[in-house]
Design a protein around this ligand. Structure first.
Ligand SMILES: Nc1ncnc2c1ncn2[C@@H]1O[C@H](COP(=O)(O)OP(=O)(O)OP(=O)(O)O)[C@@H](O)[C@H]1O
Ligand SMILES: [Mg+2]
Length: 250
C-alpha cells in the first residue's frame, strides 16, 4: 500500500483549473521527485497533501486514512508527521536560528527545554551547520538559510519531508550540498521524500522515481532511466533533446 494515495484531485482558481483529476502514489521510504512546467501545479499539489489549501474534489489517503476532508484540528495532527521545506523558505528573521529550529518542537511536542536544546543542536549538525544557534537568519548566506529551513522542517523527525525547490537560487556547489544533505537525511532519518524541482540533473541524480505533471494530471511516472528513455511525446518534449544528452552522460 502506498503511503500517499491521491486520486482524482481537482483544484481550480476561478475558471483556471490547475489540477484536473490528478492521481499519484507515493511509497514509503522513496525519493519521489515531481517535475513539470512552471505553473503546472506542483506547489499546489504539495500544499493540498498537507491540507494547506482546500481542494475541489478527489481523495488523499495518507497511511490509510482519508485526509482530504479533515477538519483543521485533524490536519494539525496529520501535519506533525510531515515536514515541509517551503519554496519561499521563509525563516522568521526576528528569531534566532535556535528559535526557528525549535519552533515546531515547541508547537507540536511536549519536549522539555533541555530536550529541545539537544534536538536543535543535533539537527543543526545534521544539516552541517553545528553551533550556529545564536545567529540571526539575516546574517546567513542563501545556502545556509536553506539548510536552516531544512533543519526546521525535520526537527520534529517527520515521517515524510516535502521539499519545494530545495535548491532554487543556490549556486552549483550549494545545490550539490543540499542534494547530498537530502539523501543523507533520507538515510539517517528513514523518511519518505517528495521533492519538487526544476533542476533536472538533480532530479535524475537523487530520485527513486519521477512524476511529470502536465495539463493538470500526472502524465508519466517511472524510474529515472525509464523516464529518460521514454517514448511518450509529453515526456520527451519536457526533457528536451539537449538535456537528454546531458542526463545520459551524467
Ligand atoms: N492562491 C492562488 N490564487 C489563484 N491562483 C493560484 C493561487 N495559487 C496558485 N495559483 C495558480 O495555480 C497555478 C499553479 O501554481 P503552483 O504554484 O502550484 O505552480 P508550480 O508548478 O509550483 O510552479 P513553479 O514551478 O513556478 O513553482 C499557477 O497558475 C498559479 O498562478
Ligand atoms: Mg512551485
Amino acid at each position: 500500500m502506498a503511503l500517499f494515495e491521491v486520486r482524482g484531485l481537482r483544484k481550480a482558481f476561478g475558471r483556471h483549473e490547475v489540477l484536473s483529476g490528478l492521481d499519484i502514489d507515493i511509497f514509503d521510504g522513496e525519493v519521489l521527485t515531481i517535475i513539470g512546467q512552471s505553473g503546472s501545479g506542483k506547489s499546489i499539489l504539495l500544499k493540498a497533501m498537507m491540507g494547506l489549501i482546500e481542494v475541489d474534489a478527489g481523495s488523499i489517503r495518507f497511511d490509510g486514512d482519508d485526509v482530504a476532508g479533515q477538519t483543521e484540528q485533524e490536519w494539525n495532527k496529520t501535519r506533525r508527521r510531515i515536514g515541509m521545506l517551503f519554496q519561499e523558505s521563509a525563516l522568521f528573521d526576528s528569531f534566532t536560528v535556535f528559535e526557528n529550529v525549535a519552533y515546531a518542537l515547541r508547537e507540536q511536542t511536549t519536549m522539555t527545554e533541555d530536550e529541545i536544546a539537544k534536538r536543535v543542536s543535533e539537527t543543526l549538525a545534521l544539516v552541517a551547520l553545528p553551533g550556529i544557534e545564536s545567529m540571526s537568519p539575516s546574517d546567513l548566506s542563501g545556502g545556509m538559510r536553506k539548510r536552516v529551513a531544512l533543519a526546521r522542517a525535520v526537527a520534529v523527525r517527520p515521517e515524510v519531508v516535502f521539499y519545494d525547490e530545495p535548491a532554487e537560487g543556490l549556486d552549483p556547489i550549494n545545490v550539490t550540498r543540499v542534494n547530498r544533505l537530502l539523501l543523507g537525511l533520507q538515510e539517517r532519518l528513514h523518511v519518505t521524500s517528495v521533492v519538487v524541482t526544476h533542476n533536472l540533473k538533480a532530479a535524475f541524480a537523487i530520485s527513486d522515481r519521477l512524476a511529470l505533471i502536465d495539463d493538470g494530471v500526472v502524465a508519466a511516472t517511472g524510474a529515472p532511466e525509464a523516464i529518460l528513455e521514454s517514448d511518450d511525446p509529453v515526456v520527451r518534449e519536457f526533457i528536451g533533446e539537449r538535456m537528454r544528452k546531458v542526463l545520459r552522460a551524467s
